[in-house]
Write a new protein. Structure first.
Length: 262
């Protein structure tokens, strides 16, 4: 199952399906199902090389987890004509592909071995849903999340508990509001930062290695020089929304955003 976006095999679904609200992330309001005014007739963005400068950092960071090409190429058999049904099922598929991304992460962690069998079973069930239009119509992403979330949580606990000595047992900061705080150089190794609010948080030079970042809001977080090696559940969207540099250490396999300074 592909979990990396391939825009060449999509039909610009992410430029049409979502709702945009004018904010720091998007320069305009856009209703769901309506094409972005920057979308060209060839399904390419007319300002792709300057999205950030034109007030669309949310588009720069956005990632569909491969849902776009899955819907166009697999669910609809290569049809590139956008229909309301296609747009609706794209939204469902993206939610399910995000779950698959987290499951794939947990399945690479040897310490999470006790939950691997259950995770593989849930992953297989989700993969069956995203392969068929009728199954997607009946799918309940919230129910899928309820089934997978406890397994992801247990995997995180197992991985972080084995991170080393007591000092690295990991601080419990799940859901904490740390927006705008200065945590530069902080020792956050193996910390539970899941769903933490880190909007604009100063984490320059911080050590977050092995931390759980599932659902953490990293928009405009300063990650310059920070160590994120081995973090759990980090996505391209989170990284793309943050500020980093050549000194930021990312997990293996997660590409450095092209808009970060070299």
């Amino acid at each position: 199952m592909e979990l990396v976006a391939d825009c060449r095999r999509c039909a610009a679904l992410c430029c049409v399906a979502p709702t945009f609200a004018a904010s720091a992330d998007f320069a305009i309001d856009k209703a769901a199902g309506h094409p972005c005014p920057n979308l060209r007739g060839d399904d390419r963005c007319g300002i792709h090389d300057r999205l950030g400068d034109r007030g669309f950092p949310g588009c720069v960071a956005y990632d569909c987890f491969g849902a776009g090409q899955q819907v166009v190429q697999v669910v609809f058999g290569g049809r590139s004509v956008r229909t309301p049904r296609m747009l609706r099922l794209y939204g469902v598929t993206r939610q399910l592909h995000e779950l698959l991304w987290y499951a794939a992460d947990a399945l690479t962690r040897p310490a999470a071995g006790p939950v691997h069998a259950a995770l593989r079973a849930e992953r297989a069930a989700v993969e069956r849903l995203v392969a068929d239009a009728e199954a997607l119509e009946a799918a309940d992403p919230a129910a899928c999340r309820r089934a997978v979330a406890p397994l992801l949580r247990r995997a995180s606990e197992l991985v972080r508990a084995g991170a080393g000595d007591a000092r690295r047992g990991g601080r419990d900061l799940a859901g904490a509001d740390l927006a705008g705080r200065s945590l530069a150089g902080a020792d956050l190794r193996a910390a539970d930062l899941s769903t933490a609010y880190l909007l604009g948080t100063k984490l320059r030079g911080a050590d977050l290695s092995g931390a759980d970042l599932l659902g953490a809001d990293l928009r405009a977080a300063d990650l310059r020089g920070a160590d994120l090696t081995g973090v759990l559940y980090l996505t391209r969207t989170q990284v793309g929304a943050a500020r980093g540099d050549a000194g930021t250490r990312l997990p293996a396999g997660l590409p450095r955003p092209t808009h970060w300074p070299a």
